[in-house]
Design a protein around this ligand. Structure first.
Ligand code: ADQ
Length: 489
């Protein structure tokens, strides 16, 4: 299994991420049912045929007993997944606390709410200790399974401490780290009490990757200003070695979306949707319900548009699909009720007995429904306040070969760097700006729509997730070889 068709040895790739790409349900004392969740990362790595990938991560469930742990480990092995078991208290402090309450808002330039600020400052130290401890537990599992020659690819802000733990154990291990969120300006990173520890640990990796050149530059400035290290166009000099820092913009498995549009069940959904929204233009938002996605701002901008454009009131509908996440965090509960309140108010104000301007759903859609929805949309609205990349904008473009609809895209999403020329870029904080972008998109001439769509489609089709993963891993291999050559010289 570690050889390809011509019998050539395939390099093993250990992908370490906080969550395994499966959801696990316990069905008995020693039995589990597993479902693979087809996220972007999974399809990206499925496409990388040159490597033999294994996943290491937390299964998202608390398994305190040994019988359960053994059974889950065995079931996961069939899916090439290796679990890291985390106790409930660690999950609370490391995952809910340090990762989601501190790093996530900070990396997205979102301030903590006033009343929580002091509480967070107080719990900071214990949460950071839990973060280090959890990262060490991930490292222990990697070390157990590592074989010489493997490539270890660590993912995201949950595991910034991992490269250091791994290299301390085995300095020869090839270690890469990739951040899926933005890396903020060094002035923001400076406010973190553990600012230096995190940077030094990431620098232990051989290759450090970000979605955009700006994030990479912010990281290098943070190393220069906070640690006093020397930055070069290639990376950062640290302990006599160069840690390579570069941009690797992610993409999607565009073929999967394009092919899905021809499936009979997707065609059926498309017809139903077209029937349901006949005579009206469809505007679409698809987001995890998260502060960073700017959902209330988007809906307020839509309200402003309706206020100013009476003509469009019964001719347009906004479908906002917001899948709830982190539902046990009070901030997220507050956001849900805030969105419900605004939607209710606007529908009361502009709705009629037979139709409402906003259809808001608090759930996720399955892949086929999602593709159909993307295909019937006239205008997609992505108004993230900050977003590492934003794959929804890519998925929309992939499904628009027939319609050639318009993408309204936040200038604060990483995707603005790649799809900016085809999209209408907006500042999501300025609802007047977004409202006029909506008017412009709905009135856009077909020739201009086509030109803009073609630009974006070409990009989405040629910059795939598979290519992203392949480039990162081969660059990691090259970086290590170059470093070895340099030490020999
Ligand atoms: P996310 O913040 O989750 O990812 P995004 O890149 O848009 O954001 O990916 C979301 C994925 O979930 C998409 O594939 C989308 O189809 C799916 N999804 C979202 N809402 C859904 C719904 N209601 N129903 C069904 N599916 C839904 C993080 C970073 C991003 C970065 C990615 C990848 O925050 O900036 O682009 O990682 O690196």
């Amino acid at each position: 299994e570690d050889h390809d068709v011509v019998g050539k040895y395939k390099q093993r790739l250990l992908v370490v991420a906080n969550r395994l790409p499966v959801s696990a349900n316990r069905t008995g004392e020693d039995s589990w049912s597993l479902e693979i969740s087809a996220g972007g990362l999974v399809s990206a790595l499925l496409g990388v045929k040159a490597f033999e990938a294994r996943w290491i991560g937390w299964a998202g469930v608390n398994v305190p007993d040994e019988v359960g742990q053994k059974a889950l480990t065995k079931a996961l092995a069939e899916k090439r997944c290796i679990p890291v078991f985390l106790e409930e208290e660690i999950v609370h402090q490391y995952y809910n606390g340090y990762c989601n309450n501190i790093l996530w808002p900070l990396f997205h330039y979102l301030a903590l709410p006033q009343e929580d600020r002091l509480a967070t400052t107080r719990s900071f130290q214990s949460q950071f200790l839990a973060y280090e401890k959890a990262n060490q537990m991930f490292a222990d599992v990697v070390n157990q399974h590592y074989e010489e020659g493997d490539v270890v690819w660590c993912h995201d802000y949950h595991l910034m401490f991992l490269p250091k733990c791994l290299k301390e154990h085995n300095s020869k291990m090839k270690v890469g780290w990739f951040l899926h969120t933005p890396f903020p300006s060094s002035e923001i990173h400076r406010t973190l009490p553990s600012r230096s520890e995190l940077l030094l640990s990431v620098l232990a990796a051989d290759l450090v990757g970000f979605h955009t050149y700006d994030y990479a530059r912010h990281f290098v400035s943070a190393c220069t200003r906070i640690l006093g290290l020397e930055g070069t166009p290639y990376g950062v000099e640290y302990q006599g070695k160069l840690t390579r820092v570069a941009a690797f913009p992610i993409g999607i498995d565009s073929g999967r979306f394009i092919r899905a549009l021809d499936l009979p069940q997707v065609q059926k959904h498309i017809q139903e949707l077209q029937e349901r929204f006949k005579g009206r233009k469809v505007m679409l938002g698809v987001d995890r319900l998260d502060m960073i996605k700017g959902i209330p701002q988007k809906i307020l901008a839509f309200e402003k548009f309706l206020e100013e454009n009476a003509y469009w009131r019964d001719k347009v509908v906004l479908l906002q699909i917001a899948v709830p996440t982190r539902t046990d965090v009070p901030e997220y509960q507050k956001l849900t009720s805030q969105v419900h309140e605004i939607v209710g108010r606007i529908n009361g104000r502009f709705g009629s007995l037979t139709s409402v301007p906003i259809n808001h759903l608090d759930r996720s859609l399955d892949f086929h429904e999602l593709c159909a929805l993307y295909a019937v949309t006239d205008v997609a609205l992505v108004t993230s306040l900050r977003d590492g990349m934003n794959l929804v904008s890519y998925e929309f473009v992939a499904c628009q070969e027939k319609k050639k609809g318009v993408l309204i895209l936040s200038e604060f999403a990483g995707a603005a760097q790649s799809l900016g020329a085809g999209a209408i870029l907006v500042n999501p904080w300025n609802i007047t700006d977004v409202a006029s972008a909506i008017a412009r998109a709905l009135n856009m001439e077909p020739e201009e729509r086509e030109k803009r769509h073609n630009h974006n489609f070409l990009h989405v089709k040629s910059h795939t997730a598979q290519e992203w993963a392949g480039t990162f891993v081969s660059e990691l291999n090259d970086t290590v070889i170059e470093a070895q050559l340099r030490t020999r010289q």
